[in-house]
Design a protein around this ligand. Structure first.
Ligand SMILES: [Zn+2]
Length: 212
């Protein structure tokens, strides 16, 4: 069983990550990462980002070694950021609302305030519902139109990966790795809210090793 997917090119020193499939649970951490701090969020489709603490929000940032940041999704996109020397990591919950309202620029702004230039960061985009399957209603369409996001096609389908990549590059993060797999199109790998998985979520994580 394939439990997690990784972007092999996204590998700053001391940083590890995994995009969980439907066969992965956090219990897998019990052995290997027993001594780590595992931070999770009560995700609410906001642009709120927390630094080294749990709570309500949709992004986490950490500079602490021995920390793992977790994002739960089922069609939304887990987005990871890491400093190229492994000085800091971030994990974002990228649904349409968070992306449209600017969770990526918000995270980059916070990192900048903490002293990390976007030119020193790289990003990895996890699986999400793809433009093949993401037909949206008026409310979503309006949000994207008002924010001048050009990724609605004539049939009102939304492209989350391209939107995320656009925001990362506009924010100054040039190095973007993508695992562009559609959650709805791969039922043997992923849960998909749109396909009917209403109460289950996949767990994706990024961590800083205890010892560099
Ligand atoms: Zn699809």
């Amino acid at each position: 069983m394939l439990k997690t997917l990784r972007v092999s090119t996204f590998a700053p020193p001391g940083v590890f990550h995994g995009f969980g499939t439907r066969d992965f649970t956090l219990k897998e951490f019990d052995e290997e990462f027993r001594s780590y701090d595992i931070l999770q969020l009560k995700q609410v489709h906001s642009t709120k980002i927390l630094v080294e603490e749990e709570g309500e929000g949709d992004g986490l940032i950490s500079r602490k070694r021995g920390t793992i940041l977790v994002i739960k999704t089922a069609d939304c996109m887990p987005i990871f950021l890491a400093h190229r020397k492994g000085e800091v990591i971030a994990a974002l919950h990228g649904g349409w609302r968070g992306l449209c309202n600017g969770i990526i620029p918000a995270a980059v702004k916070m990192l900048r305030e903490m002293g990390f230039s976007p030119s020193e960061m790289e990003a990895a985009l996890g699986p999400s519902i793809g433009p093949c399957c993401y037909e949206v209603g008026e409310e979503v369409f309006e949000c994207f139109r008002q924010n001048n996001l050009p990724f609605l096609r004539r049939e009102k389908k939304l492209d989350l990966p391209t939107t995320a990549e656009l925001h990362l590059k506009e924010s100054g993060i040039e190095k973007v790795h993508s695992l562009a797999l559609c959650t709805r199109c791969h039922p043997w790998l992923f849960y998909s809210y749109r396909r009917g998985d209403r109460k289950v979520r996949m767990f994706s994580y990024i961590g800083l090793l205890e010892i560099k």
